[in-house]
Ligand binder design. Sequence first.
Ligand SMILES: Nc1ncnc2c1ncn2[C@@H]1O[C@H](COP(=O)(O)OP(=O)(O)OP(=O)(O)O)[C@@H](O)[C@H]1O
Ligand SMILES: [Mg+2]
Length: 346
Amino acid sequence: MSRPNQEQGQSDEDYRMEVHRLQKMMNNMSCAQQQRPLGLQDFSVSHALGKGAYGNVYRVRNNRDGKDYALKQILISSKNEGIPQSVLREITVMKHLAKKNHPNIVGLKSVFHIVDEQCGILKINMIMEKCDWDLHTFLRNIPRTIPEHQARHVTAQIVRGLDFLHSHSIVHRDLKPQNILLNRDQTVKLADFGLSKEHSNTTAFTTLVVTLWYRAPEVLLQSYYTSTIDMWALGCIVSEIYSRQPLFAGQDEAQQLTDIFKKWGTPTGKDWPSESVIDPKSYPIYKRKSLQELNRHMSPLAMDFVDKCLSYDRIKRISARAALNHPFMKPPVMRRVLQPLHANNK
Ligand SMILES: Nc1ncnc2c1ncn2[C@@H]1O[C@H](COP(=O)(O)OP(=O)(O)OP(=O)(O)O)[C@@H](O)[C@H]1O
Ligand SMILES: [Mg+2]
């Protein structure tokens, strides 16, 4: 395979090594799972489930076992600077997590690739368990507010998934409704680990994490962050589960911070991240609104939970482990089938 982009600082040899490493990793995985590694010829493609930054996600049927799966196909063209870090990271993280088989993390069955030498395209195929909806689609298709017990049941599973990730030193970093998958039987699975990153206690200094509306203030303020950035995102998501509207919705990073400050109050001295290079004086002092004012659909217990997720102080912000013991996590579970009226499942 020819090297994609000579100007980007990677040698032919580097790129070949990178592809070789990926091939070895995928072959090991496929061989461990069945006699002959799975290939595209084993699947019939049904329809698209979603669009990704590097490719698409399809619903497919495995002709060997007759079951339906989701195929995430990542296309890496020769114009790319080698294999993007986010792709390598997603495969590594999902492969690592697949061994543990957690009920709230989307399962990866197999990974294989096709190299189109002539077109210089590497197609990476990830075969995952297929879910019925993502939370974004689900929330926009239900006719009325989600019942309290379902909101709690969904949240509890997200927290269990996050606790599992964080206990394995993995920060999701892109937690948002589109990356939370949902099934008719009410099971919830976290997906899309393209921005996940194995972390030590504190990592830092990149703003290219967590999609804007769910992005924690310390990330927007270019400060250090920890796994609790996923808990800030969760606070925003729980509010959205009730209102079906984003809590903070800026169009760019500056607007996002302003929207947070206008609604949640400008952080005072001790809440302003000390490592931030941004001067707190550059923002007007806004008074904090109550959650009741911001979202009248939430129950008092949900408000207490969201309040603890949205602490400006990342040390005081509730961790996924502590969240497991919050009373909001202990719903009187009524098992009902999730069924948005206007959406067919995928
Ligand atoms: N296992 C699955 N079952 C059902 N639908 C899925 C599944 N995986 C992904 N999808 C759908 O496809 C969409 C895009 O998938 P995904 O989030 O993995 O891609 P992406 O956001 O572009 O990822 P990346 O950042 O790696 O490019 C999801 O929001 C969801 O609607
Ligand atoms: Mg996604």
